[in-house]
Every structure is written in C-alpha cells, then in structure tokens.
Design a binder for this molecule. Structure first.
Ligand code: FCB
Length: 476
C-alpha cells in the first residue's frame, strides 16, 4: 500500500476534530462557476462571458454559459446541501443579474433567483453566507475602465447596499469580495483571468479600488442591513517560502508575500499599506490612485475574515521579464515559483501541504492584534477523473487540513476559528481551466446536469453526524 493510499484509508475512518459546538460547517460555490442561465431574465454580460470568447483564454474554449445549470437546478443543490448536513452554504450573487450594466435600478427578475434560493436554504435550516463579488464584473463597467477606476468602487458599494437591503431579513453573513488578489493581479496583470489585461499601474489601481470598494460596501451593507449584519472579506492567503536559503531567494519570497498577502491583509486588518510595496513598484506606478481617507475606509472593523487556502508557495529569485519598469506588468516582480520536491499533489498539480494552513492562521494572529474571528471560506482538492467514483484523496485532504487548522486554533493566541467551508459542493467551471478539474463533493454530469454524491460527500455527512452526537453529549 502506498503512503498516500494508507493515509487516505486512515483518514476515511478518522473523526472530525473536536472543535466546539457552534463551529460552522459549510460548503461553497460561486455564481459564474455554477449558475449558467447566462442570457436569462435580463442578466447582463460579465467580464467572464467576454473573456471566455477570447481564443485560447479558457481550456477547451469552455464558458460558464450553462455550467451546472444551477439557475434552474438550484433545488437539487439545496437538497444536496441539506443531505450533507452542513450548517451553512456560501454562494455568490452575480452582479450583472442584479444590475445588468453595473449601475442603476435593480433587476427584480435577477434578484428573484437569490430570493428563492435564500428562502429554500432557510426552510432547510441552512445559513446563507453571501459573497457579493466573486469575479463577475458587469462588462459595461469594464468598458468604462473596470476596477482601474474609482467609479467602480462606488458602483460596487451601491450594488452591495441594494442586495443587502433586499435580503437582510434572511441573510446575516456577508462577504464583500472573494480574493481581490485574483481579481486584480491575475486579471489585470497576469492576464490569466478576466478581463485578461497585462498591466502594471492599472493592476495596482485595480487592487486599490477593489479594497476601496470593499470598505465602502462594508458601510453600505451595515447601513442597509442594520446591526445584525456580520460583514467580512475573503482573501486567498499562502505562506511564501524561499526556494533556497540564499539572500536572493529570501528577498524573492518577501516580494511575493508583499504582493500576494500583505498588499491585502495590511490595509484591511491594520489600515496601512505594507512598507516596501511602493519601492517594489517604483517606475511601474506612482500610486496616484490612492487618496487621503481611503485607508480609513478600507480598514473599517470587520466581523470576520474569510481565508481561502489551497497550497504553500515557493519563491526563487528570477530576472524581470521586462527590463523597462515603465512597461512592466504588476506580476513581473523578479520571482519564479518553484515546485517543492517530494510533496504530494492534487489532480491539478497543487502541492498538498496542510501545514501551510496552520502557518497562515498562526501568522495572521501573530501579525494582526485584534484579528477578527476567522472562517476558512475555501479549501479543496481537485481530481481530473470524470466519474463519481471513490475519491480517497479528497477525504484525506479534508481530514489533513481540518487537523492542521484546529491545531492552529488551539495553539494560536488571538485566533478565533469559527468555521470551515469545503470548496466545492459540486464540480463546476474552474475558470481558465474549464471543466477538467473537479473539486466537488458531488460529481456533475455536464451533459445531463445530474449530480451524484462522491464518497467524500458520504464520508463528510457521516462524520458530521458523529461530531454532532459527540458535541451534544459534551455540552454542559
Ligand atoms: C479559488 C476561487 C474559487 C475556485 C478555487 C479552486 O481561487 O475562489 O472560485 O476556483 O480557487
């Protein structure tokens, strides 16, 4: 028996860790990845609809036009969630369904979809966690400059307030943005995601305006939803490890950490940009998009922080691809990412390193005094097999990461870990990688839309039942 198969077998009988009663177990999806219904009920185009039409942008020339057809099959999704026995479901609202051009009046037919979904979740006792922006910017706003412009931050806050006003009687938990690093650096600097730009100044402006939009949305949600609302943001965070102990690789790791992690965590959690960010981008941007008062908004107190963790990063020093700073993209920071030797990987080739989750959580608590309570809002494992068969690697992945996270929660002074959401409920459209990678607890047959629970779904359901029995018994 290989080590990984033995590990998976041991994990499949393992109990869930002894987190306290009240811990929130959940699973997550995002609008563009599951809904389909692209042209229905007045939905406008998003930057992903347009990006998917660009030749070569997405594997297999795929798009989210149909995806898992959750726009029609949402009842199946709710049945799956209820059957799994989790407490909460994190999904996102598609901005272009609510405001087809990103501004102006609310499109009631689009809102009705989420209204029905929220009702169905509440009827089954499932707590909705609503993400307001999971990457699907209305194309009309992109045509006016997108996140490069300050106006988009204003429009986002307006939209967030409208949605909160409409759903706050049943939704308490709000996530403003999902992974602003990806929306800015991957979308506007690397060009691997929509809108597919490769810019320097523009990408850094996008990062700032996303954060500003977050800060303004926090205020708009609180104003519309009242004191019961709990508002947070979801960041993708990874420890960055130098590939070797050389000074050059250590410096490369610090650069990547600045751009990936601290460009976002410092403003949100400490109300300041990290030292070194402006120096790193000298010649690329003059940061003229920052205005007095912005950081105060961006650093507004939050009720929770959402952490998405997938893998640890290893950085080696590398020459800049573009020697002239004025023409450099914000992704070109003189760093090459390398694969760690001897580390197992998921079907996508992502290193499996639960310790990285532990280190991320401990690192946050150490760096930011008064850290808000934390939810792990995404963590998951992909396979490339198109079958609902056994998925022992997913079971081992979940068990390993939960163990690491709860170890951090016990050890981490100042860390209040409130919950864990597995990514994802169902296989879905994995952005530029199309439909190849499958992250779901349930398999989706894309030809028929049929969902079939995998072994990991049954495993998690049974472990949750056992955990509930245990924690009920130990309740005072
Ligand atoms: C995260 C995204 C999510 C999903 C996972 C695999 O970066 O937030 O939508 O694609 O990766």
């Amino acid at each position: 028996m290989s080590a990984s198969v033995a590990g998976a077998a041991a994990a499949s009988t393992a109990d869930l860790p002894d987190v306290p009663a009240g811990f929130v177990w959940g699973t997550a999806t995002a609008a563009y990845q599951i809904e389909g219904g692209a042209g229905e009920d007045g939905r406008g185009e998003s930057i992903w609809d347009v990006f998917c039409r660009r030749p070569g942008a997405v594997a297999g020339a795929a798009s989210g036009a149909v995806a898992c057809d959750s726009y029609h099959r949402w009842r199946d999704d709710v049945d799956l969630i209820a059957g799994l026995g989790v407490d909460a479901y994190r999904f996102s609202v598609a901005w272009p369904r609510i405001m087809p051009t990103g501004r102006g009046a609310l499109n009631q037919a689009g809102l009705d979809y989420y209204d029905r979904l929220v009702d169905a979740l509440c009827e089954r006792g499932i707590r909705p966690f609503v993400t307001l922006y999971h990457w699907d910017l209305p194309q009309a706003l992109e045509d006016g400059g997108g996140w490069r412009t300050r106006d988009t931050a204003e429009r986002f806050a307006e939209y967030a307030g409208l949605v909160a006003g409409a759903l706050h009687d049943r939704v308490r938990d709000w996530i403003t943005l999902n992974e602003p690093y990806c929306s800015s650096i991957v979308g506007y600097a690397e060009g691997r995601h929509a809108p597919g730009a490769t810019e320097g100044h523009g990408a850094l402006a996008a990062a700032h305006h996303l954060l500003l939009g977050h800060g303004k949305a926090v205020a708009a949600i609180r104003a519309a939803a009242g004191p019961a609302a709990r508002v947070g943001i979801t960041l993708n965070l990874s420890p960055v490890v130098p590939a070797t102990a050389t000074d050059a690789d250590r410096a490369a790791a610090r650069r990547l950490d600045l751009v990936l992690n601290r460009q976002f965590t410092d403003p949100v959690l400490a109300g300041a940009y990290p030292d070194g960010l402006e120096r790193l981008y000298a010649g690329v941007s003059d940061f003229s998009f920052r205005r007095v008062g912005d950081l105060r908004r961006i650093g507004a107190p939050l009720d929770f922080l959402g952490v998405n963790y997938y893998y640890r990063l290893y950085a080696a020093d590398a020459p800049h691809t573009e020697p002239d700073p004025a023409r450099r993209s914000a992704a070109d920071i003189g760093v090459r990412q390398v694969r760690p030797a001897g580390v197992g990987t998921t079907g996508l080739g992502w290193p499996i390193e639960p310790e990285g989750l532990h280190d991320t959580l401990i690192g946050l608590a150490g760096r930011y005094p008064g850290l808000p309570p934390v939810y792990i809002t995404e963590n998951g494992c992909a396979e490339l097999r198109d079958e609902p068969g056994p998925d022992p690697e997913r079971i081992a992945f979940i068990a390993g990461h939960l163990t690491a996270a709860t170890r951090a929660a016990v050890a981490g002074d100042g860390l209040d870990l409130l919950g864990y959401f597995y990514w994802s409920l169902i296989d879905n459209f994995e952005w530029a990688r199309g439909y190849g990678p499958r992250f779901g607890l349930a398999h989706v047959d894309y030809a028929t839309g049929i969902r079939t629970p995998k072994a990991s779904y049954h495993w998690l359901r049974d472990r949750l039942r056992a955990w509930r029995k245990r924690t009920r018994r130990s309740d005072p």
